[in-house]
Write a protein that binds this ligand. Structure first.
Ligand code: BJW
Ligand code: ZN
Length: 249
């Protein structure tokens, strides 16, 4: 699929309502491991059921909190890549011409915001906020590694990462807002996601049903590759700057 398809480039220049749906692949070039890569992904080394559920945390809070704290420290060193920066520039262009732009991300790293994106829905929460499982108090947790595992709240309760585990509801209103925007958008970009986790992946179905043009960027094929309007096999940190260059010079 050609990056310089004039219809696609024209959409970049003219679409009034744009939604961008992102997954771990968008942060891969920043050094954040994806989940499902057979060699380097998290799930190549760990069983999701042992880490990414409330039951796993209750069963083994020390191991699970150490794993999340390790990722917190690792991701704290990562910086936005050229793909994140291209999306922030795209937002400025769309908003500047009076349009509406939203990123609905499954990523918990906040690299979109660090790259300058303003409108971001965090479908799977964030690793930077930890919440008490007893009293519900939340705190921003940047900085050095924790001193105790699991970390504890002043009330004595265990703190947990503010991410969404399997079987848990997404943050209140997040998927509803994303579905509403996707259903009314002209252009959906689906970037760096294996598109297997729901309800998030259902956003691509909603866009297709709503009549949006859909572009997927991924080095690998996904279950949606044959259904979208453009499926570009490549890295988001390379393809997005190229598309932006073709559209805006
Ligand atoms: C590049 C690249 C480069 C590489 N450039 N690309 C059967 C059917 C439907 C649903 C279910 C079902 N059975 C169970 C469910 C529900 C379940 C689910 O979807 N399971 C499926 C796996 C089957 N969903 C849930 O449980 C959700 N909640 C829910 O349904 O609640 C119901 C409810 C309602 C009301 C009350 C109570 C409950 C919650 C899902 C939470 C997902 N959480 C995780 C972990 C977060 C915490 C953590 O970080 O540890 O979120 S799982 C993990 O997967 C993470 C991700 O956000 C998510 C998506 O993964 P993503 O981003 O797509 O990454 P990868 O690794 O899969 O793909 C990376 C892609 O990038 C690849 O394609 C590469 O090729 C590509 N790539 N380099 C561009 N440079
Ligand atoms: Zn507490």
């Amino acid at each position: 699929m050609s990056i310089d398809d004039p219809i696609l480039i024209d959409l970049f220049r003219s679409a009034a309502r744009v939604v961008v749906f992102t997954g771990a692949g968008v942060s891969a070039e920043s050094g954040v491991p994806t989940f499902r890569n057979a060699l380097t992904g998290h799930w190549a080394k760990f069983d999701p059921a042992e880490l990414a559920t409330t039951e796993a945390y209750e069963r083994n809070p020390e191991m699970v909190s150490r794993w999340y704290d390790g990722r917190r420290c690792e991701i704290g060193e990562c910086r936005p890549n050229a793909g994140h920066l291209a999306l922030a520039e795209f937002e400025r262009r769309v908003v500047g011409r009076g349009g509406r732009f939203m990123i609905a991300t499954q990523n918990i790293d906040r690299l979109h915001q660090a790259g300058g994106s303003k409108s971001v829905i965090e479908l799977h929460g964030t690793l930077w906020v930890w919440r008490c499982m007893d009293c519900g108090e939340e705190g921003e947790e940047r900085g050095p590694a924790f001193v105790e595992y699991p970390p504890r709240c002043a009330c004595g309760g265990m703190r947990r990462p503010g991410v969404v585990w399997f079987g848990e509801a997404l943050p209140e209103g997040a998927i509803e807002l994303a579905e509403e925007l996707v259903g009314a958008c002209d252009l959906l970009l689906s970037l760096g996601t294996s598109s297997v986790v729901y309800p998030a992946a259902g956003l691509i179905d909603a866009a297709l049903q709503g009549g949006a043009q859909v572009l997927e960027v991924n080095p690998e094929a996904t279950a949606y590759s044959g259904r979208v309007h453009w499926s570009i096999r490549g890295k988001s940190g390379e393809v997005l700057p190229e598309l932006m260059g073709a559209a805006f010079g």
